[in-house]
Design a protein around this ligand. Structure first.
Ligand SMILES: Nc1ncnc2c1ncn2[C@@H]1O[C@H](COP(=O)(O)OP(=O)(O)O)[C@@H](O)[C@H]1O
Ligand SMILES: [Mg+2]
Length: 383
């Protein structure tokens, strides 16, 4: 471990989870901003709260930090109930979207601030500030004022200030939201590497799914003040538990219909719609647990669809639907097809170039096929 990490890194204090949230609620008037969140975060995990605007991410983070008082529920950090502890005694570092550096202090003074609050010896403060500047690759910037730095540099300093006192939790609320795409992508990797080097437990908020997929060990999908699904990026993409998650993560083609239950263990039933009947694999049927006749949706990712001639025989184990090609987009490593179903619904297909590419043109009729296992069954609207 390089020297500057030794003074800043986390040493695990226990094998207890770093954060345990139980039954957390927050009402603003009669609006439930957070409506029953339970969450356990192991030490050293990078966990992202991902969801649309207004889904309760910031309110949850602010309750963890202690800036907002919960209506009910408890928050434990490192095994201690901090539900009634004021923010400055919770030992959490925080980075906000809008550079919240003190404008009248230099970068060095900003980073030193939490250490001075904690009354560390002067020599130790000097060393830790120098190490934190090195960590965020801004050694030499100690004397700069925030107004003399770019947005990205200011966020690096904010990060240095948030980690310099080795907090038990590092909380970040859309820290890259105000930066342009290129800088955002560079800083995503940097924040991720720094957190892992330090062994920090991170709760990170974003509404950007790509950012969440790139950075996180696990992602909690927020919807209307609740966690709709918690899992790795792969879990969420490959095994969404609901229409909301399927729609929110990645691109999906969603075929709505009614579920017709299967007749036994090897028969997962089917989704029936005006445009066809599509078989469901027993695994997906078991996961979804829908009743016969329930409103249902089949979710198929663009890369799982295959284009074939309209009269080609459909192989065993595959579903099919007829569509008309509307656009063919060449995207370098992939080719994207936009198609229209007879219902008017648009669907998308992605083909990896260099393997099984067809040569389909706008206006042509094709058959889209997918394996039974590639169609994820979830409850439909009105469930
Ligand atoms: N201080 C507040 N007063 C009243 N309503 C609030 C306040 N803060 C947040 N809300 C409401 O709570 C809900 C969740 O907001 P928030 O946690 O900021 O969502 P997110 O960070 O996911 O965009 C929204 O409906 C928002 O309008
Ligand atoms: Mg927010």
């Amino acid at each position: 471990m390089s020297a500057h990490l030794e003074t800043l890194g986390r040493k695990p204090r226990s094998d207890r989870p770093a954060l345990v949230i139980t039954g957390l609620h927050k009402m603003f008037g009669d609006v439930a901003a957070v409506d029953g969140v339970d969450l356990t975060v192991p030490e050293g995990e990078f966990l992202t709260l991902l969801g649309p605007s207004g889904s309760g991410k910031t309110t949850t983070l602010r309750m963890i930090a202690g800036f907002t008082v919960q209506s009910s529920g408890t928050i434990e950090i490192d095994g201690t109930d901090v539900s009634k502890t004021p923010p400055h005694r919770r030992d959490v570092g925080m980075v906000f979207q809008n550079y919240a550096l003190f404008p009248h202090m230099t970068a060095g003074e900003n980073i030193a601030f939490p250490l001075e609050m904690r009354k560390l010896p002067k020599a130790e403060i000097r060393q830790k500030v120098a190490d934190a500047l090195k960590l965020v690759k801004l050694d030499g910037y100690a004397g700069r004022y925030p107004r003399q730095m770019s947005g990205g540099q200011q966020q690096r300093i904010a990060l240095a200030r948030a980690v310099v006192f080795q907090p038990r939790l590092l909380l970040m609320d859309e820290p890259l939201g105000a930066l342009d795409k290129k800088l955002r992508e560079a800083l995503q990797l940097e924040i991720m590497h720094i957190s892992r080097q330090l062994g920090a437990t991170v709760i990170y908020v974003t509404h950007d799914q790509e950012e969440a997929l790139v950075m996180s060990d696990r992602i909690a999908i927020f919807h209307d003040g609740r966690i709709e699904q918690l899992g790795s990026g792969e879990d969420l993409y490959e095994r969404p538990v609901s229409l909301f998650v399927a729609d929110f993560i990645g691109e999906s083609n969603i075929l709505h219909g009614t579920y017709a239950a299967g007749s036994g263990d090897a028969d997962g039933g089917a989704v029936k719609a005006d445009l066809g009947t599509w078989r469901v694999s027993p695994e997906w049927a078991a996961r979804a647990g829908l009743a016969d006749g329930a409103s249902a949706a089949m979710v198929v990712r663009p890369e799982r669809l295959h284009l074939a001639a309209p009269d080609a025989e459909v192989a065993a184990g595959r579903n099919a639907i007829t569509a008309t090609v509307t656009d063919v987009l060449y995207l370098g490593s992939t080719r994207k097809y936009e198609l229209r179903l007879a219902s008017g619904q648009q669907v998308g297909v992605r083909e990896q170039l260099g393997r099984d590419e067809g040569d389909w043109r706008p206006g042509e009729q094709v058959q889209l096929t997918w394996s039974h296992g590639a169609g994820v069954l979830v409850a439909g609207r009105g469930e």
